[in-house]
Design a protein around this ligand. Structure first.
Ligand SMILES: *Cc1c(COP(=O)(O)O)cnc(C)c1O
Length: 367
């Protein structure tokens, strides 16, 4: 063991940093980014908001991001105000702050994998024990399973993801209700893909009223095509939001980030056109691959989990050879594909068609 490795926290030794390969491939459908660049008219608004900040960069930003939180509350509706909302550098930082405040050494967060792979990593980084209660064989999650797992593990936090990554399907509000009723701790619903849901009413925002331990996290990385800006946020009871100020870094959210986010929020309805287009491409992928005989889960997100692969890593490689980068999330017989533009989706479907024709042995029951 090297000297530095020796000095590292025991629980981090031998670990590798998280991250999908960032390969230079013509069609990149592997990280669930929004396929559309920021449209010119939106870019001009964001640039105007940014320009207003530049000469004041000698000063620290608004620590409490008051104006941004007001705009986010207005965007979310559901009777929320700025006091219900908190913002940070991506919803990953939001989740980390929740774990710092309500988890930590000696505490437990309960999750249901396969789900967002950052949840266990954020738990580890904050010294919180992560318990995986798993899912049904078809990756669905029932209220009964959630209740049993909560009773068994008595977690300080419960992480639900709806729509779930990598499976794509949204949870019924009965599952969220079951978690809130069974758990004594904080219930977090990670809604990174909420804007892509087939039923927009399925959001846990509708369950916030009167539930002081429920937290709904969102991000501008997906629907707002703003992954590079790093803006995530949450909605919760004002008292819970105030507790997060205990762990946030001072001035964690730069003036430029706050301004850019406000500019994009001012264009929310304009950006909805791209979300609608991506939903259309997602449904096209589901329909097409099902017609080709591959089992595909219903998707409420901007990606689709494809099954029926006898050798998923080999299919991943063969599709990459066709110039299309998708994601091997480590699930046997399955790969995740992000919905792209119309052209990118055509390239994806044609790559699958070619690979199915050339290498039929890679498909079918998992070997
Ligand atoms: C993409 C994704 C996020 C977004 O993280 P950011 O830090 O906001 O970019 C959060 N949760 C899930 C489940 C995701 O897939």
């Amino acid at each position: 063991m090297s000297e530095i490795e020796n000095l590292l926290r025991e629980d981090l030794r031998g670990q590798r940093p998280y991250g999908a390969p960032q390969l230079d491939v013509p069609v990149q459908l592997n990280t669930n980014e929004n396929a559309y660049a920021i449209p010119d008219d939106v870019a001009e608004v964001v640039e105007r908001f940014l320009a207003r900040e530049v000469r004041g960069l000698n000063r620290y930003p608004d620590r409490d991001a008051a104006a941004l939180r007001e705009d986010l509350a207005a965007y979310l509706r559901h009777g929320l105000t700025a006091r219900n909302v908190w913002a940070a550098n991506g919803s990953n930082e939001i989740l980390q702050q929740l774990l710092q405040a309500f988890g930590g050494p000696g505490r437990t967060v309960l999750g249901f994998m396969p789900s967002y792979s950052m949840h266990p990593l954020l738990a580890r980084g904050t010294g919180t024990a992560f318990v995986d209660a798993g899912r049904e064989a078809d990756y669905t999650l029932s209220p009964g399973h959630v209740r049993e797992a909560v009773a068994e593990h008595d977690p300080d936090l419960v992480f639900l993801v709806s729509p779930n990554n990598p499976t794509g399907t949204a949870l019924g509000t009965d599952v969220i209700d079951a978690a809130c009723e069974a758990a004594r701790g904080i219930v977090v619903v990670d809604e990174a893909y909420a804007e892509f849901a087939r039923d927009p009413a399925a959001t846990a925002l509708s369950r916030l009223e009167g539930r002081r331990r429920l937290v709904v996290t969102r991000t501008m990385s997906k629907a707002f095509a703003f992954a590079g800006a790093r803006v995530g946020y949450l909605a919760a009871d004002p008292e819970l939001v105030e507790k997060l100020l205990l762990v946030r870094l001072p001035y964690h959210l730069s003036s430029l980030t706050q301004a850019a986010a406000r500019g994009a929020l001012a264009c929310a309805s304009r950006l909805q056109a791209e979300v609608d287009a991506l939903k259309h491409q997602r449904d096209r992928i589901v329909k097409h691959l099902r017609a080709a005989g591959l089992p595909v889960a219903d998707s409420d997100a901007n990606f689709v989990l494809v099954g029926g692969l006898a050798d998923a890593p080999a299919v991943w490689r063969a599709v990459l050879d066709q110039g299309v980068l998708i994601r091997d999330v480590g699930l046997p017989g399955r790969l995740r594909v992000t919905a792209g533009t119309e052209e990118e989706t055509a390239a994806l479907l044609s790559a699958f068609e070619t690979v199915m024709e050339q290498s039929p042995e890679l498909f079918g029951e998992q070997r």
